[in-house]
Design a protein. Sequence first.
Length: 394
Amino acid sequence: MNRLTTSWGEFPLTRFPEDPRDPLRAWDAADEYLLRHLAETETDLSGAVAVVGDRWGALVTALAARRPGELTQITDSYLGRRATADNLARCGVAPEAVRLLTTQDPPPARIDVLLVRVPKSLALLEDQLHRLAPAVHEGTVVVGTGMVKEIHTSTLRLFERILGPTRTSLAAKKARLIFCTPDPSLERGANPWPYRYELPADAPAVAGRTVVNQAGVFCADRLDIGTRFFLRHLPTGLGPARVVDLGCGNGVVGLAVALAEPEAELVFADESYQAVASAEDNFRTHAGAGRAAEFLVGDGTADLPDESVDLVLNNPPFHSHQATTDRTARRMFTDARRVLRPGGELWVVGNRHLGYHITLRRIFGACELVAGDPKFVILRAVKTAEAGGRGPRG
């Protein structure tokens, strides 16, 4: 376990789920730079402090040591929220000392200090700044932080267009700060999120339907090419199978199954609150009145019982913020095997170069190629049945 050292003390911090083999820390130089700035400038934290996009709780855990007047974290990540809760408890902070909100919750009514960890998604930043702008007043201290490679001219323009005049600091350890002076008289325009678009004609079962994407959901303004390829090769003849759209995003894959397979029972699961809200909206709009489904914001399939589903469909991410890693995919595949019944199947779409077939063979013992093109492959792995079991047909 690594310790974050600040002017206010040392804090033992981990990511969630905790993995001793994971070399990545729960903070980086951008978090350190922001905390150092607040300490050196003796920023008044006695009012309402809101921290947006705090990835693993490093910022609010350190700030809690200063006992601010009111401390709120706003995050789109279930894993980040769990990490925050665990880190606060590990450092002896009472649960009621920090209000943990999601990006789907109503924002605070007033913010005196707004701290923004710049997210990977510019859309999510735009949406959050629009949502928080009414709570910001002329005296609000607004400071953003991020690594140099995360802060672009477009990032600064968003702060300037939505909140007020913006400038940046010098870089330190490849990190940079953003300083914004709120202008309550600013005409910022309407929040463009959530965004709606029409699915293409070559998307089986869902062609021509209009879907909604909350800000921050992968490929927010169009159907990504990996999902489009997956839709053309989904399994059929499922009957009353229980199907999980794992890492569902806006839920288009699960929705396609629901429309093509009227008896199938769907579960949509993602660690993003924005994603699951999008999936639920799209399912309610297009699946028809009375069609039931489950919508789970959580750690993959952790909330599902062992051997309780027949089919898992998965388009796993291969980035954790700016880090390229297959750790998330490996955990998804392992969790999928746990919840699959004997004979149940995991279908995965991924970039050809990622080598998921090797990982699937280690976890399931074997996998087969369902379809491929120069960029993507679709792989099928079956949970070995010790005593019978029926899987879906391709």
